[in-house]
Design a protein around this ligand. Structure first.
Ligand SMILES: [Fe+2]
Ligand SMILES: [Fe+2]
Length: 191
């Protein structure tokens, strides 16, 4: 089977009906895809993996099932082993090696894209004027987007070998073009 983001979207939307989880997939896709493009990697593969990484979460919302019980479904759907392996690697509790640039990038973007998304949802212009320093400020407020693991955000950037400020700036920049699809406002509300 040819690995395309279009096919990944089909698999994702077959198993994921909720808008929030679909938007999370799109946010992570934008971030991971942005890195693929800028680093000359296989953008189609990277986007597909990013879209699929939580495809089974609606069915398997607990860590004793997600994402491991999703893997056989991906194989049934015809996804090749490198895709399945990369999807599985994002789960900290499985302790699988993140030994490729794709796996490192997926892990580094997963929680951070979710966090940037959350920052944008409480701003009048979404992420249009969002800056890394205000994201970092919010990271220090434990009650804000408390589901996002701050350790994963920090460790992800470190494993990727990138300064956290630069990583945040990249993720914001990569997400901006799809802000509308993410349900974020793209213009400041009139005063
Ligand atoms: Fe996940
Ligand atoms: Fe995720």
């Amino acid at each position: 089977m040819e690995v395309t983001r279009e096919r990944a979207w089909e698999t994702l939307t077959k198993y994921t009906k909720g808008e929030a989880l679909r938007r999370h997939a799109l946010a992570v896709e934008a971030a991971v895809g942005g890195y693929a493009r800028e680093r000359g990697e296989d953008e189609e593969l990277w986007r597909a993996v990013a879209l699929l990484h939580d495809f089974d979460y609606e069915m398997h919302p607990t860590l004793d099932r997600h994402p491991q019980d999703g893997a056989p479904i991906l194989r049934e759907e015809g996804w090749p082993e490198p895709v399945v392996e990369a999807v599985l690697s994002h789960a900290e509790h499985l302790s699988l090696p993140r030994d490729t640039p794709l796996k490192k990038t997926l892990f580094a973007c997963d929680e951070l894209a979710g966090f940037v998304h959350a920052c944008g949802l409480v701003r009048p212009d979404g992420i249009e004027t969002l800056e890394p320093r205000s994201v970092k400020k919010k990271l220090k407020q434990p009650s804000f987007a408390s589901g996002v693991s701050r350790d994963d955000v920090r460790n992800g950037a470190e494993e990727l070998g990138i300064d956290l400020d630069e990583h945040i700036a990249n993720v914001i920049r990569f997400m901006r073009p799809v802000a509308g699809e993410l349900g974020l406002r793209t213009e400041a509300a009139p005063a």
